[in-house]
Design a protein around this ligand. Structure first.
Ligand code: GDP
Length: 698
């Protein structure tokens, strides 16, 4: 049984956009025998890009999973490839996929090297301790330099790159690789689109370079292991190939090194050794520690070993709607096994769900499975209610596995169906999309009745509107993108609310005295303290009072934005023997908060973004000047080996709309920028009125 787990690899590909992730994945699907034709990205037929607009945009957004089989060392391995999005608007999707995969391949462009976005993703992978091998792609391009990229990896990613290959030929003449372990060279047959790999002797003129790098490799690897180091000092040639491999594997799993491969996926060079590398150096689920989660009944930490003999536990990491299958939930099985047709517990909803069917994706085909076991990744059909990030477990052994905190949405846009009849359909469709994507939120503006959707960036919301059109046939008009503000109160207000209703029959009565104040350390959410004495308010009403404040926080008093954080101290109150009930107390706290907040000093909080700009040195002055005008704060300017400068800054989202276009103008298109949410901060007092007039329209 464990043999099967040992022969499984769950991997992701992390790369900067354009480094060649899609092209490489296509080659992998082709060589592992599933695709009959290589889909080229520019033709828009890449198999992994199965969402329509991804094809058009040429970027990969979703985290679907595909399984391939690869034979090496005379054994067959199953490699589950989890597609990780490369765009910075989707970093949460990247995090979620990093959470469920065991190893990753970092793809770098042989010309561009380590781009800022690869650094971001690499750091995220560090956070989840994901071992990585690296692949330097596009060595056929003019200006490609394998050794430069090695230096780049070492300098920027703070890990030791250990090349296991060297390129043969350069740029246009790049034609194969030298394998530093077996001392042979390999070339790829053009006729078979690279499916046939030929072993040749290392060319004479490369012998010296080969020996130099081979010695470096053996020495580097030996240093990681005492026994090997002894052997190395005595006689380096006495170290066997399997000992070298084992030492590389160990150092990779310990995150000390990243083995480096090279090739040109487009020219069909170097992909098969990369597959061998995935098997040889990336972990199987058995290499990993048990998974830890919280038992929701006891709130105590529990763990599950990653074996089939354990109780079933799994994490849903992606919800996707397939035109034929309907809603599919991709999940990773951590422990135990699941049979098609059986019932599991969704720990997050507390509901039992029957899993009608289990599938595995092989390129774009779905293969039905009777059973799925620990260590594997599959998709299930038949859920009534499931969201990305939900934990699925055995009915009697619940465990909550996910603890990912989502970044707050930073921009909002009003959407309206072009055809009035589509109003209900719009609301249903948006709910469906929100199930798939927890970083996207929907609210109805109380005053205007408009539907407002919020997300992590302009592209993120564009894609949602695009999907409404394609998948749900709803044409929308959209408003101008707006900053997604939050609201806050700045001082303490004490208030008494007496809620009385007398209309025929039974009346309603609730009386509460409370204080509202800003949260400690600017924390998110409601901190509710019950300071009532002597049972002035019976215990059973307290949860309703708390719920009332929670509901009231959704629409803030200034402009209807959510209140970011609030502390409420319930001090006293009274009841009526007949007319008091839970509903009356809930109403009292909602209305009480509204009145109390009128008396408070209030403000808006604005999202502040972390910004990284990479630019040739000559533009640093202009870019900094421009950022100043955008209320940006420069944090650091750092030179790169290639002469570029990296500017790190924080700036309010309000001044970053269209920033990429502006940057292009300033630098004639020579700089690139990436941004992500950092935190919420109070907007300057001098701006409050101006912003309020803008967002409220009066
Ligand atoms: P992704 O954004 O990382 O998925 O990158 P793609 O696979 O979409 O590749 C981006 C562009 O680079 C496409 O136009 C590819 O044809 C091209 N490309 C990918 N691999 C190579 C390569 O090895 N050599 C060259 N010259 N171009 C490549």
């Amino acid at each position: 049984m464990n043999n099967r787990i040992e022969h499984t690899r769950n991997i992701g590909i992390v790369a900067h956009i354009d480094a060649g992730k899609t092209t490489t994945t296509e080659r992998v699907l082709y060589y592992t025998g599933i695709n009959h034709k290589i889909g080229e990205v520019h033709e828009g037929t890449a198999t992994m890009d199965w969402m329509e607009q991804e094809k058009e945009r040429g970027i990969t957004i979703t985290s679907a999973a595909t399984s391939v089989f690869w034979k090496t060392n005379d054994e067959e391995y199953k490699i589950n490839i989890i597609d990780t999005p490369g765009h910075v608007d989707f970093t949460v999707e990247v995090e979620r996929s990093l959470r469920i995969l065991d190893g990753a391949v970092g793809i770098f462009c042989g010309v561009g090297g380590v781009e800022p976005q690869s650094e971001t993703v690499w750091r995220q992978a560090d956070k989840y301790s994901v071992p990585r091998i690296s692949y330097i792609n596009k060595l056929d391009r003019t200006g490609a330099d394998f050794f430069n990229v090695l230096e780049d990896i070492e300098a920027k990613l703070h890990i030791v790159p250990v090349p296991l290959q060297l390129p043969l030929g350069e740029e246009d003449d790049f034609y194969g690789v030298i394998n530093l372990l077996d001392g042979a060279a390999y070339t790829w047959d053009k006729e078979s689109k690279g499916a046939i790999m030929q072993k040749i002797d290392i060319p004479e003129e490369m012998m010296e370079t080969y020996l130099k790098w081979r010695n470096k490799l053996i020495e580097g690897v030996a240093e990681e292991d005492e026994v090997l180091f002894e052997k190395f000092l005595e006689n380096p040639e006495s170290i066997s190939l399997s000992e070298i491999r084992a030492a590389i594997r160990k150092a990779t799993l310990e995150l000390k090194i990243t083995p480096v491969f090279c090739g040109s996926s487009l020219k069909n060079i170097g992909v098969q050794p990369l597959l061998d590398g995935i098997v040889d150096y990336l972990p199987s689920p058995l290499d990993l520690p048990a998974i830890v989660g919280i038992n929701p009944k006891t709130e105590i930490k529990e763990s599950r070993k990653l074996i089939t003999e354990e109780k079933f536990s799994a994490l849903a990491f992606k919800i996707a709607t397939d035109p034929f299958m309907g809603r599919m939930a991709f999940f990773r099985v951590y422990s135990g096994s699941l049979d098609a047709g059986s019932v599991v517990l969704n720990v997050n909803t507390g509901k039992k769900e029957r899993i009608a069917r289990i599938m595995q994706m092989h390129a774009s085909k779905q293969i039905p499975l009777d059973r799925i076991e620990a260590g594997d990744i599959g998709a299930a059909v038949g859920f009534k209610q499931i969201r990305t990030g939900d934990s699925l477990t055995d009915l009697n052994h619940p465990i909550l596995l996910d603890t990912i905190v989502f970044p707050e949405p930073v921009i909002s846009i009003a959407v309206e169906p072009k055809v009035q009849d589509d109003v209900d359909k719009l609301s249903l469709s948006l709910d469906k999309l929100a199930e798939e994507d927890p970083t996207f939120t929907i609210r109805i503006d109380e005053e205007t009745g408009q539907t407002i959707i919020s997300g992590m960036g302009e592209l993120h919301l564009d894609i949602i509107i695009d999907r409404l059109r394609r998948e749900f046939n709803i044409e929308c008009t959209k408003g101008r993108p707006q900053v997604a503000y939050k609201e806050a109160i700045k001082n303490t207000v004490r208030f008494r609310e007496v809620y009385k209703k007398q209309s025929g029959g039974k009346g309603r009565f609730a009386d509460i005295l409370f204080e509202i104040e800003p949260p400690q350390n600017g924390e998110k959410g409601l901190e509710f303290i019950n300071d009532t004495k002597g049972g002035s308010i019976p215990k059973e009403y307290i949860p309703s009072i708390k719920k009332g404040f929670e509901n009231a926080m959704v629409n803030g008093p200034l402009a209807g934005y959510q209140i970011w954080g609030l502390k409420v101290r319930l001090l006293d109150g009274s009841t009526h023997p007949v007319d008091s009930d839970a509903m009356a107390f809930e109403a009292a706290s909602v209305l009480g908060f509204r009145e109390a907040s009128k008396q408070a000093n209030k403000t808006l909080l604005e999202p502040i973004m972390r910004l990284e700009v990479v630019t040739p040195e000559e533009y640093v002055g202009d870019i900094s000047g421009d950022l100043n005008k955008r209320r940006g704060q420069l944090e650091n300017i750092e030179g790169l080996n290639n002469g570029s400068q990296v500017i790190k800054a924080k700036a309010p989202m309000a001044h970053l709309f269209g920033y990429v276009t502006a940057l292009r103008t300033i630098t004639s298109g020579r700089a690139t920028a990436s941004m992500e949410f950092s935190h919420f901060a109070e907007i300057p007092e001098s701006m409050l009125n101006e912003v309020l007039i803008k967002v409220r329209g009066y």
